[in-house]
Design a protein. Structure first.
Length: 84
């Protein structure tokens, strides 16, 4: 593994941890906001909950995209190796 591969793997792990952290915090905030929305019974509060659900879903999609990007990068790297 060369230095570039090491940096990519480090960046991948950092991004992965960041996405996990965002998802966890988003889920915690969502649970609290659901309680607030139920207590307020205000349409705007439920709109905020809906937006939070979409945002958490988007971060989950980005996490999966990150895995695909890493896999694709390593496939390209293998193709670039000299045949011999």
């Amino acid at each position: 593994m060369n230095d570039s591969d090491s940096r990519i793997d480090d960046d991948f792990e950092y991004s992965r941890r960041t996405y996990f952290d965002l998802i966890e915090k988003g889920n915690d905030a969502l649970e609290e906001m659901i309680d607030v929305a139920r207590a307020l019974e205000h349409p705007r509060a439920f709109e905020v909950v809906s937006g939070m659900i979409k945002n958490i879903s988007d971060v989950n999609d980005r996490l999966m995209d990150l895995h695909k990007k890493k896999k694709d990068y390593h496939k390209q790297e293998v193709k670039a190796l000299p045949q011999g």
